[in-house]
Design a protein around this ligand. Sequence first.
Ligand code: GLU
Length: 284
Amino acid sequence: MDTQLRRKLGAKKRIVVKVGSSSLQHPETGKLNFLKVERLVRELCDLKNCGMDICLVSSGAIAVGRTFMGMEKRPHTIARKQACAAVGQARLMMTYQKMFAEYHQTAGQVLMTKNTMIDNVSRKNAQNTFEELFRLGVIPIVNENDTISTYEMQFGDNDTLSAIVASLVSADLLILLSDIDGLYTDDPRENPDAKLIHEVDIIDERYLFMAKESTGSDVGTGGMATKLAAAKIAMKSGADMIIANAQNMGILHQIFEGSFTGTLFHAHYDEDFYISDYIEETMV
Ligand code: GLU
């Protein structure tokens, strides 16, 4: 076990954990995998009991909505996706509320759009709300406000959204739970010689080249490229970032024990980095 790593991760005070739709569903049916959701919730409650502020960024609104409505295929029109999200977000929260309550924790819902971050008043408001939720001991559960965010105003993927949230709440660690172990030198599904990269200090061209557009998942929207974009935001905001596999949610406590499989990106705080400017420059 790496003592230095354990000490570094053990000292974290505020963490944002992002989980993608594909990690919460049964691949055969698209329905929620309650055992996984339950394990995730239990892990998060335990981290909260260790004294950390916890924020969960959870996808799944569209996926949960469409299976509940009995749709066989993923919706393709924007209106249908938004309708699915309206049903699914509420059901997803119902599940989370119930499961967090079993461990005596309270979950609160925060839905965001790009406007929330660009508009100075809304951004400050969101920041105040998060601070108050942490002060009250509530675990915020964040998603994009899919029912109202039109194409032009979408974050589009929750990898980016979670990094933006990490920046907004000054988290010191962002964990992306995905369907892959971390960043590989090549796509491990196609190249058996692909090697997992354990630590990244600076994101240079080499890593951007390695990040392929897709994780192979048919459910979520984030690929490795969006994960690297998220890493850039997190690192400049002063948060370390970890990509790890959500297959076993127990990975969360393994991370804090300093012995886990995944990729750790080291923070390099940049005092000239402003998240609102970044969004305006790159995403609007
Ligand atoms: N916000 C979308 C949802 O909850 C998912 C976006 C993503 O998976 O990155 O369904």
